[in-house]
Design a protein around this ligand. Structure first.
Ligand code: GLN
Length: 364
């Protein structure tokens, strides 16, 4: 049996890891945390003053500084299990941040289109919350982190497709399969219309990525069938998986992502178009699942470093939301082992720290 980790992302789809290896990983993680914990306790930590507002010049400076600092960070590797993603230039780097007034502060390749991939899952979750309510999400797939890779079949088997969340593939395919509609096109129109309202412009599918992913998504089709067998959604599973694949292929830029993130940051109201896209009452639930499951099995590590809800995609995109303050969108294709953009994570952590907006670091 192979001892490599599953679908951990960047490279190829691999079988899921064995029990022994998982034990090893858990043990290593525990000792790493112990070490970090001791370090934190030993250091003298001066609580910074809570910046309730951020001057536009400071925002601009933080975006530019993060870009300059990490532009040459070359760690990670483009995803290549979807062949079209391997061809995207690895050096692309865009950083965009949208504030309450609808102003987008940005730098680098902020206008280069790329496929949204898993970041789409956030906005499909929003559709189902809006049309069917919270109970539909909680009862169909759940709102718990799996601790497994994003395309884990073990996670499905563990609780018969429940006790997971809409941000990993099984939960996401089921969430798409729970959108109401009398035909696949009607459901698709809802998806693309909602995503476009979040972005404030008409979005479109990247046809090359859609074809490339459709030709190679056997694993997702299997996951869709399995979730259907457990009765997690009513749509035909192959139709649901196809719609899911299409939603992952929608082209966005880091600019778009920052506006989409900002729409969440301002309670479902797009700060650029001023349009209310979803009801405010649904936003806290979306952000909570992003916080616990937005960066797959590295979500804990992410929250530990950044303290803000975020969502990644294997196309190299990353969004982060600072409620009431701003939304960030980044684009940098090389991914770490968990499938998260390396430069994107570094830039967002840096911006959060520079602007002092980590909610866990506010002490009065
Ligand atoms: N479309 C991709 C997949 O299903 C999305 C995964 C991701 O971005 N993590 O494999």
């Amino acid at each position: 049996m192979s001892q490599t980790r599953p679908g951990r992302g960047a490279a190829t789809i691999q079988p899921e890891s064995g029990y022994l290896q998982m034990t090893e990983i858990l043990t290593n993680r525990r000792s790493a945390l112990g070490f970090l914990g001791a370090g934190l306790l030993a250091s003298s930590f001066a609580p910074p003053a809570f910046a309730k507002e951020t001057a536009p010049a400071d925002v601009e400076a933080a975006v530019n500084a993060a870009y300059a600092q990490f532009r040459t960070l070359n760690d990670g590797k483009n995803a290549d299990y979807i062949p079209a993603l391997a061809k995207v230039p690895s050096a692309y780097f865009g950083v965009s941040l949208t504030t309450a007034d609808g102003k987008v502060h940005e730098v680098g390749d902020d206008d280069k289109p790329f496929s949204i991939q898993s970041i789409s899952k956030v906005f499909t979750m929003a559709i189902v919350l809006q049309e069917s309510g919270e109970a539909e999400i909680v009862n169909s797939v759940g709102v718990d982190a799996t601790g497994q890779v994003f395309n884990s079949i073990t996670a499905v088997e563990q609780y018969k497709g429940k006790e997971m969340n809409p941000l990993v593939n099984p939960g996401a395919i089921a969430t798409t399969g729970n959108i109401k509609g009398s035909s696949p096109e009607e459901v698709w129109n809802k998806i693309i219309t909602t995503y476009s309202a979040f972005a404030g412009r008409q979005l479109e599918v990247n046809k090359e990525v859609y074809k490339s992913e459709s030709d190679t998504n056997q694993r997702n089709r299997a996951i869709g069938e399995l979730m259907s067998a457990y009765g997690r959604f009513p749509m035909d599973p192959l139709v649901a998986t196809d719609l899911y694949t299409r939603q992952c292929s929608v082209n966005v830029t880091s600019h778009d992502l920052s506006v989409m993130a900002a729409t969440l940051a301002f309670g479902g109201r797009n700060p650029v178009t001023k349009k209310q896209v979803i009801d405010t009452k649904h936003v806290p639930g979306i952000l909570s699942v992003m916080a616990t499951a937005g960066l797959y099995d590295d979500s804990g590590k992410w929250l530990f470093k950044a303290g803000v809800p975020a969502k990644s995609g294997v196309g190299g995109g990353l969004i982060a939301v600072v409620p009431g303050r701003f939304g960030v969108g980044t684009f940098a294709p090389p991914l770490d082992d968990a499938g998260n953009s390396v430069r994107g994570q570094a830039a967002i952590v840096d911006i959060v720290n520079r602007l002092n907006v980590n909610p866990y670091a506010q002490f009065g």
